[in-house]
Design a protein around this ligand. Structure first.
Ligand code: G1P
Length: 293
C-alpha cells in the first residue's frame, strides 16, 4: 500500500538550542534561507507523500502560518512584479487540505506525539519524520526508504539507520543487525533499544529520525507505557510491534545533520550553503577569511 501520509512531531521545546527557541519553534530555525520544517516537508513530497500531519504544541502557531498563504505578501509581490519570489512561495505551498495539525498538549515523548496523530493517519502505513534531522542527498532519505519498502512483503516496517561511533550510541535508539536483504543496503532488525547505557549497545547502527510504520503501532502506543527518560518512547512501541511484524534497517545514502544541536545547526548551514551553486563561491571566499585569522 502506498505511503501517503507523513507525521512530523513538532511539539518539542528545543532546549538544546536556547535562547533561539525561547519564542520561536526550533522547526523554524533557518538553514540558509528555508526553515527546517520546509526541508523535511520537501523531502516527504519527493518521497510521494500527499498528506502532511503536524503534531504541534503551544507556541508553534507560526508553523501553521508558514504553510498558509500570506495574502498581503502575495498582493505586494504581484504589485511589484516580483515573479521569482511569487514562484518561490508557490513552490513551497502545500495544496489546500493536504496539511493537518493536531496538538500533543503535554511533553510525554516521541511515542505519545506519534499516537496523537492516530485518527488523522487511520488504518494505513505511514511515515514519521523528525524535523531536526536533515539528510543532505538526492534522492532524499525518505524516498530511499519508500523505494526499499516497496521491495518488502506486506506489514513490514522500515527505519533509517546509520552507524555512529561507539561513544555516541547512548544518545540514540540502536538496533541489532540480522540477515541482509538481497538489495544490500537493508537488513533485518533483530533488536532495538532506546539510548542504551554506554558499552551495552547491540551494534553501532543508530535509528535516525525517519520511519515507515504499520498502523498497528497505535494499538501499542495507546498503552502509554513509559520507558527511557520516563517518556513514552516510539522505540519501545516498535519493540512491541517487532514481536508480530518485521522491521528492516535501511542504510541510506546522505549526510546526516542534527540541527537540534548548536554545532549541528551551524554545520548544516555550511553544508547546505556549499551545496547551493548560487552561494558556494561567495561562502568559500568568506570562510577563507576566517581560516586565515
Ligand atoms: C529520537 C528517538 C531515537 C533516535 C533519535 C534520532 O530521540 O527516540 O531512537 O535515535 O530520535 O534523532 P531524541 O533525539 O528525540 O532524544
Amino acid at each position: 500500500m502506498k505511503i501517503r501520509k507523513a507525521v512530523f512531531p513538532v511539539a518539542g521545546l528545543g532546549t538544546r538550542v536556547l535562547p533561539a527557541t525561547k519564542a520561536m519553534p526550533k522547526e523554524m530555525l533557518t538553514i540558509v534561507d528555508k526553515p527546517l520544517i520546509q526541508y523535511v516537508v520537501d523531502e516527504a513530497k519527493e518521497a510521494g507523500i500527499e498528506h502532511f500531519v503536524f503534531v504541534t504544541g503551544r507556541n508553534k502557531g507560526v508553523i501553521e502560518d508558514h504553510f498558509d498563504r500570506m495574502f498581503e505578501l502575495d498582493t505586494t509581490l504581484a504589485a511589484r512584479g516580483k515573479e521569482a519570489e511569487i514562484e518561490l512561495l508557490a513552490r513551497d505551498q502545500p495544496e489546500a487540505g493536504a496539511v493537518s495539525f493536531t496538538r500533543q498538549q503535554a511533553p510525554h515523548g516521541l511515542g505519545h506525539a506519534v499516537w496523537c496523530a492516530r485518527d488523522i493517519v487511520g488504518d494505513e502505513p505511514f511515515a514519521v519524520v523528525l524535523p531536526d534531522e536533515l539528510v543532505l542527498n538526492r534522492p532524499g532519505c525518505l524516498a530511499q526508504m519508500v523505494e526499499a519498502y516497496n521491495h518488502l512483503r506486506d506489514k513490514a516496517n522500515v527505519i533509517a539507520v546509520q552507524e555512529v561511533p561507539a561513544h555516541q550510541t547512548h544518545q540514540y535508539g540502536i538496533c541489532g543487525v540480522g540477515k541482509r536483504h538481497a538489495r544490500g543496503n537493508m537488513f533485518e532488525v533483530t533488536s532495538m533499544v532506546e539510548k542504551p547505557p554506554k558499552g551495552t549497545a547491540p551494534s553501532n547502527f543508530s535509528i535516525t529520525g525517519r520511519y515507515i510504520l504499520q498502523p498497528e503501532i497505535f494499538k501499542i502506543l495507546e498503552k502509554h507505557e513509559r520507558g527511557a527518560g520516563g517518556e513514552i518512547q516510539l522505540t519501545d512501541a516498535m519493540i512491541g510491534l517487532a514481536k508480530s511484524q518485521s522491521f528492516y534497517g535501511v542504510e541510506f545514502e546522505g549526510e546526516r545533520h542534527d540541527c537540534g544541536s548548536k554545532a549541528g545547526f551551524l554545520r548544516a548551514n555550511i553544508a547546505y550553503g556549499m551545496a547551493r551553486p548560487d552561494l558556494r563561491d561567495g561562502l568559500i571566499a568568506e570562510m577563507k577569511k576566517y581560516f586565515e585569522k
